[in-house]
Design a protein around this ligand. Structure first.
Ligand code: SF4
Ligand code: SF4
Length: 184
């Protein structure tokens, strides 16, 4: 037995160290959140349940039925049914998302040229039937109304999904295409 080992045994230093660590842990503020009582606010770009953006003026869905979201969706879980109205305008009769097949990649949101589809901040959903997760146009619009809403989330759209040069700026010395009118 070495002298160091003898001191440790006599003075029980390992036990004292352990007790000190226990005391320190007891005095430290816990970081565990008491979910569901305590909830963390969603970060920008959070990918929760899908929604369709409602146009502020008309109150209708902003979607024009171009199909880009369905084309880019890797899970092929977006279904869009369009028709011609009496005045020869394209109308979106049905817009449906099979949420259980979605991988929440967010590509549909990024691809949409009209900011018409969104992944809301809502993540507390569960059910016993598959039908509950088959999102119809009406359900998707209700999700926008219930979980996003206009005022709150245009900023969210702008900053995360469609960032502009104003939001992030160009890195110094980066070549920027300025268009014909500004060409010298
Ligand atoms: S949600 Fe956007 S990308 Fe998809 S069909 Fe509608 S307008 Fe086109
Ligand atoms: S988040 Fe991805 S997988 Fe889900 S509907 Fe959009 S594109 Fe498809």
């Amino acid at each position: 037995m070495t002298f160091k080992h003898l001191v440790k045994t006599v003075f029980l230093t390992e036990i004292v160290k352990g007790m000190a660590l226990t005391l320190k842990t007891m005095l430290t503020r816990p970081v565990t959140r008491q979910y569901p009582k305590e909830k963390r606010p969603a970060m920008p770009g959070f990918r929760g349940l899908h929604g369709l953006v409602r146009d502020q003026q008309t109150g209708e869905a902003r979607c024009v039925g171009c199909g880009l979201c369905a084309a880019i969706c890797p899970s092929k879980c977006i279904y869009i049914y369009t028709a011609d109205s009496l005045d020869h305008k394209k109308i979106v009769e049905r817009y449906e998302i099979e949420a259980l097949r979605c991988v929440f990649c967010g590509l549909c949101v990024e691809a949409c040229p009209y900011s018409a589809v969104i992944l809301t901040e809502h993540y507390e959903y569960s059910d016993y039937s598959r039908e509950a997760f088959y999102m119809t146009k009406e359900k998707l619009l209700a999700n926008w109304d219930n979980y996003m809403g206009w005022e709150k989330n245009m900023e969210y759209f702008k900053k995360f999904w469609h960032p502009t040069a104003d939001d992030f700026g160009f890195p110094k010395n980066q070549a920027v295409f300025r268009g014909k009118q500004n060409a010298r």
